[in-house]
Design a protein around this ligand. Structure first.
Ligand code: PMP
Ligand code: GLN
Length: 381
């Protein structure tokens, strides 16, 4: 047997694979891994088919096709007032995960510290560690997942190289306020800390709140990569398409790695998105669409023993089950799936110390009838 030592000895299989597999095995309603169970706009599939038939079946340019980079740049400028040059400051990626991994591996050297906020989406930490970086955790506190900006300042050291922020936030459904962004600016002022802003849910923000993109804040955007996912925005997570934007010197460095990491993202799909993004209603109608689903789900479970503070963004809703049992969230999630046929995600897996606040995450990017069926089960507990 070949001897090797793992670079990631403490990393197991991602919870999304674990829970989706369990849901499948037990024929449970799968509200765990975040993906819709309805189809995306048939127009998008038509556009991809057209691109394939027209012969766009070979490599795209390494950075992405220009027409797509151009429409991404226009979209960001219209929404957030920041101009990223399509020639030098936009790269199309194979989903946000690839963008995030490539950013971290391009800039993080052994011993560099990277600040992440917990509960943290699970792809940041392994990417930091495999590159020899040191994750520095900041726990968002209480039911509101509040960031203590004093603590953030206190945890910054001369070795801090990067900070990862995520708004709207997975798994909590909280969003950064303008005040958070101002505090973030103050914390980073005068430092050379890079910002990685994971904004894959930028178009899924509720109750009329604006999305506080890092792109809106010049003091932040000058040091930041902003990452986006077409999978999240256009209901086709399996297509693995996304992009990132950053100021030219950072993007130049990113592309040195990107070109040898994937070289380029899927070409026919780039053609399709370049056309589809020309109609802003395709993403501007998302808050309403998903808010109705959130509200339907919450209405249907209002007489259950679960407690909920409505999600402010993303397509995830946390439910507090402390009125039902004292079990750990991991044990309860498993029991719900195996015995009650409904799969969710236990939030403690996103905390490095496994802090357990008796919260489960449910994905409401589902057909209304699926949400109603799921709610029936939850009401019976
Ligand atoms: N960041 C967050 C917070 C996510 O929830 C996800 C899952 N979509 C990603 C990144 C990865 O996005 P993609 O599927 O485009 O790789
Ligand atoms: N982002 C999705 C979620 O939070 C999962 C993506 C994945 O399976 N890696 O559920």
């Amino acid at each position: 047997m070949l001897k090797h030592t793992s670079k990631l000895p403490n990393i197991g299989t991602t919870i999304f694979t674990v829970m989706s597999r369990l849901a499948h095995q037990h024929r449970a309603i799968n509200l765990s891994q975040g993906f819709p169970n309805f189809t995306s706009d048939p127009r998008l599939a038509e556009l991809v088919t057209k691109a394939i038939q027209e012969g766009y079946n070979q490599y795209a340019p390494m950075q992405g096709i220009y027409s797509l980079r151009e429409v991404i740049s226009e979209k960001i400028e219209n929404l957030y007032g920041k101009k990223y040059h399509p020639e030098t400051e936009v790269t199309v990626t194979a989903g946000a995960t690839q963008a995030i991994y490539t950013i971290i591996s391009t800039f993080i050297r052994p011993g560099d510290e990277v600040v992440i906020f917990e509960p943290a989406y699970d792809c940041y930490e392994p990417a930091i560690m495999v590159n020899g970086g040191v994750p520095v955790h900041i726990q968002m506190r209480g039911k509101g997942f509040v960031v203590d900006w004093e603590e953030v300042s206190a945890k910054i050291t001369p070795r801090t190289k990067m900070m990862v922020v995520n708004t709207p936030h997975n798994p909590s459904g909280r969003i950064f306020s303008r005040e958070d962004m101002t505090r973030l600016e103050a914390v980073l002022e005068g430092t050379d800390i890079m910002l990685l802003s994971d904004e894959v849910y930028e178009h899924i923000v509720f109750d009329g709140e604006p999305h506080q993109s890092v792109s809106r804040f010049p003091d932040l955007s000058e040091r930041a990569f902003v990452c986006a996912s077409f999978g999240k925005t256009f209901h086709n997570t399996g297509w693995k398409m996304g992009y990132c934007v950053a100021p030219k010197p950072l993007m130049q460095e990113f592309q040195k790695t990107h070109q040898f990491n994937v070289f380029c993202a899927n070409h026919p799909m780039q053609r399709a998105f370049a056309e589809y993004l020309r109609t802003p209603s395709h993403y501007l109608e998302l808050p309403n669409f998903f808010q109705q689903k959130r509200d339907l789900f919450l209405e249907c479970i209002k007489d259950s023993k679960f407690k909920a503070a409505p999600s402010k963004g993303t397509y995830f809703q946390l439910l507090d089950y402390s009125g039902i049992t004292n079990e750990s969230d991991v044990a309860f999630a498993k029991e719900l799936c195996v015995s009650h046929k409904i799969a969710s995600i236990p939030v403690s897996v996103f905390n490095s110390d496994n802090e357990d606040n008796k919260l489960l995450r449910f994905c409401f990017a589902k057909k209304d009838e699926t949400l109603e069926e799921a709610a029936e089960i939850l009401k019976g507990l």
